[in-house]
Every structure is written in C-alpha cells, then in structure tokens.
Design a protein around this ligand. Structure first.
Ligand SMILES: [Zn+2]
Length: 231
C-alpha cells in the first residue's frame, strides 16, 4: 500500500490544486459525463487513461469480463449504473470495453480453473453464448492467445445485445438519443478496435469516423404502424 498512499498524498498536494476549480464547478453544476463505460475490472484497463479523460467526463462501471447481465427483475450493480446513466445523466453513448489477455476470457476457455470460485463461475455464464460461438464456429487451430482475443471480441458483441434488453437503453435508442459502442483494447499495441455494426472490429484512427456498434434508431416501429394505419 505504500505506493498507493504516496499517490494519495501526491494527488492532494500536487494534482488537486490545479484541478480544484474544475472539481468545484462539477460540484456546483453537477456531473454531465459524456459516456457510460462498462469495462473489465482488470488493473491494466483503465478507461480514463486509455481515453485520456478527466474528472466528470466518464461514468464508469467495471466488473470481471465487462459483462452486462440481460435485463431481469433481479437488482444488480451494472443494471443500476445503466439505468442511472441513461435516465438521470442522459449520457449519449455507452461503451462496452473488452481487452486482450483477459483473465475472465481465459478462464471461460478452461472452466476447471474456476472450481474454487463459485461466484465468478456463475457470473461468467453471461458469456457462455460467446464461448459456444468460439468453440463451434471458429477455426479449431487458433492458438490460446488468438482464441482468448476472439472470445473477448465475441463477448463484447453479446454484452451489447444484453444492453439492448434494458428498458432505459431500448427507449433511448428508439428516441434516437443513444449510440452503443463495442471496444477491444489491445494491451500489447495500445490500439483500440471498435465494433462496426455487424462487420467486425476496426482500429480507431484519428481523422477516420468512429466505428459504431448500434446507431440510434432512425425511425420507430410505431411510426411505421401509424404510417400504414393512415393509408
Ligand atoms: Zn478482463
């Protein structure tokens, strides 16, 4: 803990004085984060660092495997963060961020390694569909790192689908007020790959449009219904 405690002191004495006005404004006016980021709890995947964001920029929830449980009546931390970010803070974007060398994805590929961890085992069931896709639809000769990376990317795709089952998200998408992003952070190169609709992951590059996983709806189903009803 020594380095953590010296970090606390350094923040208070050297960093905070330069940001005090920003913090005071964020207290006075309240937070208005640009995006909700749902990332893995892995110590190497810090959303504020990889997006170079400051205080007040991101609303963040992190968990093992960057998982979004599908909407259910059971209460949960991820579900509450989603609802609060979308309904109260009115974020315009949600990013689900997976990464390379993910311990959760590696564990999914060798289930025996989780025997002593009943909670992790149960939590990772939300990623079983992604694992089954890897096991049955990907080449069998992928090396372990490739397999874990492919699983991490498939997992992002499935968690985005879960995200869409949450009423607050579905409604904001239908109103055209929310965009969903699927990211994969490569720990070796520092690259962020972003999900581009159904066409896979592409590297995020300056000057290029940001690939987007799910765009806001351009037309609601009810509009179609009323259009036909009026004919
Ligand atoms: Zn991870």
């Amino acid at each position: 803990m020594d380095s953590i405690m010296s970090g606390v002191t350094r923040f208070r004495c050297e960093v905070f004085p330069n940001q005090q006005q920003l913090y005071q404004r964020l207290v006075r006016e309240g937070q208005q984060p640009q995006a909700l980021v749902i990332s893995c709890a892995d110590s190497r995947v810090a959303p504020e660092l990889i997006t170079q964001s400051g205080p007040g920029d991101l609303f963040v929830t992190r968990n093992v495997g960057n998982i979004v449980p599908p909407f259910s009546q059971a209460n949960g931390g991820v579900s509450s963060a989603i609802e609060y970010a979308v309904d109260a803070l009115k974020v315009r974007d949600i990013v689900v961020c997976g990464h390379s060398d993910c311990g959760a994805m590696k564990a999914l590929l060798s289930p025996g390694s989780l025997d002593s961890m009943p909670n992790v085992t149960a939590w990772l069931r939300h990623s079983h569909a992604a694992r089954q896709v890897i096991e049955s639809a990907y080449p069998a000769d992928l090396d372990p790192d490739q397999k874990a990376a492919a699983l991490a990317q498939e997992n992002v795709l499935f968690q985005i689908n879960h995200l869409r089952s949450h009423p607050s998200v579905a409604a904001a998408l239908a109103r055209g007020e929310l965009t969903l992003h699927g990211w994969f952070f490569d720990l070796t190169s520092g690259d962020i790959l972003a999900l581009d609709g159904d066409s896979g992951f592409r590297r995020v590059a300056t000057g290029q449009p940001l690939p987007v996983a799910v765009r806001p709806a351009e037309r609601r189903v009810a509009n179609t219904f009323f259009l036909h009803a009026a004919e």
